[in-house]
Design a protein around this ligand. Structure first.
Ligand code: ADP
Length: 386
């Protein structure tokens, strides 16, 4: 009272039933739940979040061993999630927890209690070792892919050198002629000199194109989808196709293209890479088999929404047993083969929402094919203007 006398009691009562039911199970049920929870390899924990703080509820031995006796481990894992809970209060995924320096595969379920507090049930499995292995494997594969490309490049080095040497010799000859014409003639014949310089520029542009193609072929880069004219992809492929014809004597690459080739959505450098790999494989198969028909047919068939691109040969073909493992990395029947060509092609086809497939060619041999999405004129114009 105002006079500091004790005149009564105030009781505050809050209905805690639901919270108590979820957090304080009876001893019997705790024992059987504990047995069950401890048999699971994941760290299982329930944490109640109240305005006053977080409280660790039920948890199994794995949780204590790996994350301690407090809610901190549970909360750190929860915080690492990028996705929010779905409308049913669930979420799952693989998360990297910076503060713990570990990867976890996590499933969480959140229940909101009538009082407004939340209970989150979490199951977290440490997958750090698996993740490290996966990363190492990826790095290894990407290194091997690069070396596969570089080996191809190495094999072609002499052809490439020859290819570049030709325009280079021409440039030197034209330049010398130009010097002579300018130096010796009493009066410079402008038209003649211009013509010589035009030839020099053309030859230099040719070298530039060869080098650009080689660079694109050797470089590993992420897929960048663009709206492109399939014709330009083919003209670059034909350029490299000629190198193949020179390297693999007798082999002839022919193109069956429709009169009107549509624009497509693709990464042109990567598509050229697929076509080149397939043409090279076909050439090797033809020569190895000693086929009489040494023609490799590159064709484009236009459908309603897609263009099917294919590379066909009349080599030994592919047996049904081989078909099963053809696209697996490191599958090769060649003495010095790495077996990464087709699997790289498959990855590229997949990043174009397609799959690289193989069928038997009419009259023997194999046809490898995949699809590209056509882009319809209006969209492509709009995109190009962007
Ligand atoms: P690599 O060329 O290094 O062997 P690839 O992944 O490109 O690797 O090819 C895997 C295997 O598929 C080859 O070793 C070969 O046996 C087979 N193959 C590929 N293309 C053809 C083809 N056109 N005809 C017959 N066999 C082929």
């Amino acid at each position: 009272s105002a006079y500091n006398e004790h005149i009564g009691w105030i009781y505050m009562i809050q209905d805690n039933t639901v919270e108590a039911q979820s957090m304080n199970l009876t001893n019997d049920s705790i024992a059987s739940y504990e047995r069950l929870l401890n048999s699971v390899l994941s760290c299982i924990s329930a944490v109640m979040q109240k305005p006053t703080g977080s409280m660790l509820g039920i948890h199994n031995n794995h949780y204590t061993e790996q994350l301690g006796n407090t809610a901190d481990g549970h909360l750190a894992i929860s915080k690492a999630f990028k996705e929010p809970f779905d409308p049913q209060g669930n979420r799952q995924g693989e998360v990297w927890v910076d503060s713990l320096g570990r990867w976890f595969s996590v499933a969480e379920a959140r229940v909101t209690l009538p009082g407004g507090s939340h209970v989150t049930l979490q199951s977290a499995l440490d997958i750090t070792k698996r993740k490290i292995n996966e990363q190492e494997f990826e790095e290894q594969t990407s290194k091997m892919e690069n070396s596969s490309r570089l080996i191809t490049l190495g094999e072609m080095a002499s052809t490439i050198t020859h290819e570049i040497n030709q325009p280079l010799t021409a440039i030197t000859a034209y330049a010398n002629t130009a010097l002579e014409v300018i130096d010796r003639a009493p009066e410079v014949n402008k038209a003649q000199v211009l013509e010589i310089y035009r030839k020099i520029a053309n030859q230099a542009a040719r070298i530039d194109k060869i080098i650009k193609n080689i660079r694109a072929f050797a470089k590993r880069r992420p897929t960048t989808l663009e709206y492109v004219s399939l014709n330009s992809v083919f003209s670059d492929t034909m350029e490299l196709g000629r190198l193949i014809e020179k390297k693999y004597a007798g082999v002839q690459v022919v193109y069956e293209l429709p009169a009107v080739v549509p624009d497509v959505i693709c990464d042109p450098v990567q598509i050229m890479q697929i076509l080149m790999n397939l043409i090279r494989n076909a050439a090797e198969a033809i020569l190895e088999h000693g086929s009489e028909d040494k023609t490799i047919t590159v064709s484009a068939k236009v459908g309603a929404k897609d263009v099917e691109l294919s590379v066909g040969d009349h080599g030994p073909g592919i047996s049904d047993t081989m078909k099963a493992s053809l696209f697996t990395p490191f599958f090769s029947t060649k003495k010095n083969g790495l077996g990464l060509g087709l699997s790289t092609c498959q990855t590229i086809a997949e990043s174009h929402n397609s799959r690289l497939r193989v069928r038997d060619n009419e009259g023997g041999g194999a046809v490898f094919f995949f699809d590209l999405k056509i882009c319809f004129t209006k969209d492509s114009e709009a995109q190009k203007q962007k």
